[in-house]
Ligand binder design. Sequence first.
Ligand SMILES: [Zn+2]
Length: 285
Amino acid sequence: MVKFSTKIHRKRDLIKVILGFIEHYFFKKKINCKELIVLNYHGVPLKFLENFEKQIEYLSKNYSFINPLDLSNIFVNSLQSKKPKLLITFDDCPKNIIKALDFLEKRNIKSLLFIIPNYIDSNEPEVFYKKNIRPNINYNIENKKEDFEPVSWEYLKKLILKKNIIGSHSLSHIMNVNSKKNEINNEVILSKKIIENKLGVKLNHFCSINNSLKSLNKYSVKRIKENYEFHHTTIHGKNIEKNKLSIKRINVEAYWNKYHFIFSLGSIENYRWRKKRNIIDLLMK
Ligand SMILES: [Zn+2]
């Protein structure tokens, strides 16, 4: 077992840590090589970089990393692998992910990054981050400039050259069930056009914001389907069915300790989300 932090950074995480401990020592692991796990990280504050590296080490022992470019193949054929397949995604993309991506690059692990054009182009990115992206900041976890400011377009171009993939995480991270048609057109379609122009790539991936069930409505679903091949949700789960428009993702954070991390990948958390998975599948049908 890879040793990584056992420190708990938020009191409310305690129950998840206990459940992760139970899961690790008392539940038999079921291995299903047909599964595709899509992990969803956000920032990687520098003081948790080492813990992030340990998490990746743990994952590489138990899963086989896939390149985001292979996603289309997986949804058509499913690639052969001896372990369950795993893809890493980053939402929001503050600057603090740069060192984490350097580490992944050294291990030849490629990621899918969901960016917010109006955040990257903002004159006051820290204000934007605290207002639109993360209104409830835990300053024990995020407190440095690079935790609040975005990566640049130039940096993203370099990542693309190294075979990482970029997707849209909406124009300004403000979609909700009551969003008007013109707002949705901006968030879903204009964001795609801006990213394609800035980076010179074709965009196939959209990732809905916050809780997908609270940020989407019938019109946004329609526009996503018309403009993207893949839609990544914030609904927890493993992908067994081949539904490109309702990709389930497992949220993990760089500061989580060993058992919290194991809990998030385990069967207790998976069971807790079963109803929401059905609702999002119906919505995206
Ligand atoms: Zn987000």
